[in-house]
Design a protein around this ligand. Structure first.
Ligand SMILES: [Fe+2]
Length: 160
């Protein structure tokens, strides 16, 4: 996973993660740290296997590492992190040796991960939204009384 390591060591990736980690230091709700990204990656890969999507494992991990970097912008400017994450993901992917086509698919998934999707043209998009939601243990959350997630979106039990 040489390209993936390039992402993890990319200056912009590190700067965004640093902003997010600092901004969330006292956050009582779900965090958007490295653990979250890796949870999303692993779940997305499981979904890909279970659904017979044959997605590329490295691309799934790249997408998951990048999907919430827009939070670093949102915490500073208020801009929606899904949109804000697009240009950041694009720059990092291109710098790290991903092709134009790979970059296009993953950036599209990052920008669209706010909403559920069944995208036959871009199954990365489909698994990202689902994995992002499944990664959260709402049933074990101390802040659920004030969380903005709608009841229907929450995981009320261990889901697999
Ligand atoms: Fe996320």
């Amino acid at each position: 996973m040489e390209r993936l390591e390039r992402i993890r060591r990319h200056q912009l990736y590190k700067e965004c993660m640093d902003v997010i980690d600092r901004a969330e230091i006292d956050r009582i709700y779900c965090l958007h740290n490295l653990e979250h990204s890796l949870d999303v990656a692993r779940i997305a890969y499981i979904l890909s296997l279970e659904q017979g999507l044959s997605l590329n494992k490295e691309l799934i991990y790249a997408m998951a590492l990048l999907h919430d970097l827009g939070r670093s912008v949102q915490y500073r400017t208020g801009e929606n992190h899904h949109q804000a994450g697009g240009p950041i993901a694009r720059q990092i992917l291109m710098d790290c040796g991903y092709s134009e086509e790979e970059t296009r698919m993953l950036v599209e998934a990052v920008i669209a991960h706010q909403a559920p999707a069944e995208d036959k043209e871009n199954p990365y998009r489909t698994v990202l939204y689902r994995a992002d939601k499944l990664s959260r243990n709402c049933y074990h959350c101390q802040a659920s009384d004030t969380c903005y997630w709608k009841d229907a979106e929450r995981n009320h039990e261990v889901r697999y």
